[in-house]
Design a protein around this ligand. Structure first.
Ligand SMILES: [Zn+2]
Length: 251
């Protein structure tokens, strides 16, 4: 039987109104993470359904603060932005030679600021510690802004950049952190035991964005995003990084 490939917009039509999620585990994980960063939130965990990417069903959920009367998910996320999320996932699927290591996309109305830098955070990936190939990508309000991606790639929205960056963390988690170990081995990242931090002994120009210089894991996720979104650009910035993903993804 021929399988008809649905457009991102058609896939969104399969979603339903928001219904409370049965399992509170993930929302508690997020609340705890936010609390440990000094920000207290009490969130409603609501499901809008599932979206198929290839043969994988990915849950589409919302974590909303405060009283919510409207159960229509489009009240909290425009269809254009939702389509942008689906497009990102389809691009990721196309480049992955194996399964997808993301189970859920969560959209929040939380404005979360990094406690150290004070800057708004775009997203976070929550992994299931018993099975690290199960990951949930949580998108904060800042990810939904109407600007260009910080990588400044023509035609790529900030949201697409964010989803793709977060998927870089999913890949790393699914490898049981083997990926970041290989990354640190191949690139001039140096671990300092005393301070439990990494420093970079190469050139700042090796980084595809300023944010990539924060840590090896952010460098990995950021480079993965640029590899998927603008391979030529990653090649210009760092041949080593491009070669790493070429070997990994075989494309
Ligand atoms: Zn990141």
């Amino acid at each position: 039987m021929d399988k008809v490939e649905l457009s991102p917009r058609d896939k969104l039509l399969q979603l339903h109104d928001l219904t409370p999620a049965e399992n509170r585990e993930l929302v508690e994980k997020l609340e705890n993470a936010l609390q440990s960063a000094g920000q207290e939130f009490s969130l409603d965990y609501l499901q809008a359904g599932e979206i198929n990417i290839g043969n994988k069903m990915i849950r589409f959920s919302f974590m909303l603060s405060g009283e919510r009367e409207n159960k229509n998910w489009q009240e909290y996320l425009s269809e254009d932005l939702a389509e942008s999320i689906v497009r990102s996932l389809e691009r990721i699927k196309k480049s992955s030679n194996d399964e997808l290591f993301v189970d859920e996309i969560v959209v929040t109305d939380v404005n979360f600021a990094n406690p150290r830098s004070g800057k708004p955070v775009n997203g976070v990936t929550l992994t299931n510690m018993e099975n690290t190939s199960q990951n949930s990508i949580v998108l904060f309000v800042n990810a939904l802004s109407d600007t260009n991606y910080r990588g400044e790639i023509p035609g790529v929205s900030h949201l697409e950049g964010t989803v793709t960056h977060e998927y870089g963390h999913c890949l790393d988690n699914a490898s049981g952190a083997d990926l970041r170990k290989m990354w640190v081995e191949r690139l001039p990242w140096q671990y300092d035991e005393e301070s439990d931090t990494f420093s970079y002994n190469g050139e700042q120009q090796d980084f595809v964005t300023t944010y990539a210089g924060v840590s090896p894991t952010e460098d990995l996720a950021e480079s993965y995003a640029i590899y998927l979104l603008d391979k030529e650009r990653l090649a210009r910035v760092s041949q080593k990084r491009k070669a790493f993903f070429e070997a990994l993804l075989g494309s």
